[in-house]
Design a protein around this ligand. Structure first.
Ligand code: NAP
Length: 283
């Protein structure tokens, strides 16, 4: 496995396993299969409702804790968020059956963002979260957070795939020392991703699937990925991307697929702000 080095020196696998939309009663099996396939980074969230199942699979695997990289996410907290964030973190940790996290992400750029971040900085300083980061932060919000706080987010987990590549934003993040981790790296199959002619043609040349081409393209861009699958054969396929290389021409032809627009939602859209902010989780 290839790793990226985060801004505090922590090494993070460039490919991990995401568990969004895996029902809680299927998650333990899926994560057990993923660990058996060789994944060592697991990406969950308080809002996914499956942290306990992830924890059971981690425990059952017997894999030493220091070989794993576990990420979960804090859901939106009202002001003042310092105490509630700490409680939400402890709840996640208990559900996962762990004594520390490798990466704790603020899931949305909403609520008491500063209170949440200060509490996350404290968790980081105490060694309870080895790295802290954000998700779904657009450039203005990310820069504001970087400029006005002490700890620079190690990661920004955002939508990124061949149809929404985030090239300029990646460059800005790089300048700030923030690692781009892609969610929806396959666009959840939207827009015909898995049958796209450009990606299929490149795959044929290398004897690889479209999924492998997409993940390899991300690796070569220095973008971290967390593909989700409930099928063991796809889990294995999605890890098997380190034995081939896309040429500059192939990278350039994938670059032409960028539409510069989201296939999911825009976190600056007022309706989306209302929708995502309406939800609260019990700590
Ligand atoms: P994704 O990884 O883009 O796509 C998953 C879909 O692709 C599933 O339907 C899966 O089906 C299919 N698939 C997987 N591998 C395949 C392959 N090799 N060939 C064909 N189909 C394949 O979508 P995602 O789950 O939304 O994103 C990945 C992870 O990012 C999530 O699980 C979550 O951890 C994280 N995420 C974070 C946020 C955030 O706000 N921070 C938002 C969304 C997601 P099967 O399962 O049937 O194989």
């Amino acid at each position: 496995m290839q790793h990226v080095t985060l801004n505090n020196g922590l090494k993070m696998p460039i490919i991990g396993f995401g568990v969004y939309q895996i029902p809680a009663d299927e998650t333990e099996q899926a994560v057990s299969d993923a660990l058996a396939a060789g994944y060592r980074l697991l990406d969950t969230a308080a809002s996914y409702g499956n942290e306990e199942a992830v924890g059971r699979a981690i425990k059952a695997s017997g894999i030493p804790r220091d070989e794993l990289f576990i990420t979960t996410k804090l859901y939106v907290q009202d002001a003042p968020a310092e105490d509630t964030t700490k409680r939400a973190f402890e709840t996640s940790l208990n559900k996962l059956g762990l004594d520390h996290l490798d990466l704790y992400l603020m899931h949305q750029p909403y609520g008491d963002v500063y209170g949440q971040w200060r509490a996350m900085e404290a968790l980081n300083r105490e060694g309870l979260a080895k790295a802290i980061g954000v998700a779904n932060f657009f450039p203005d919000r990310l820069l504001d957070l970087v400029i006005n706080n002490e700890i620079v987010p190690a990661v920004n987990q955002i939508e990124a795939h061949p149809f929404h590549q985030r090239v300029e934003y990646q460059e800005l993040m790089r300048e700030q020392g923030v690692q781009l981790q892609a969610w929806g790296g396959f666009a959840q199959g939207k827009n015909g991703l898995f049958t796209n002619p450009v990606l299929s043609e490149i795959g044929k040349k290398h004897g690889k699937s479209v999924g492998q081409v997409v993940l390899r393209w991300a690796v070569q861009r220095g973008v971290a990925s967390i593909p989700k699958s409930v099928r063991p054969e796809r889990m294995a396929e999605n890890l098997d991307v380190f034995d081939f290389e896309l040429t500059d021409d192939e990278m350039a032809s994938i670059a032409t697929l960028d539409t510069g627009a989201t296939l999911f939602f825009d976190h600056r859209d007022p309706e989306i702000v209302k929708w995502l902010s309406a939800r609260r989780l019990d700590a």
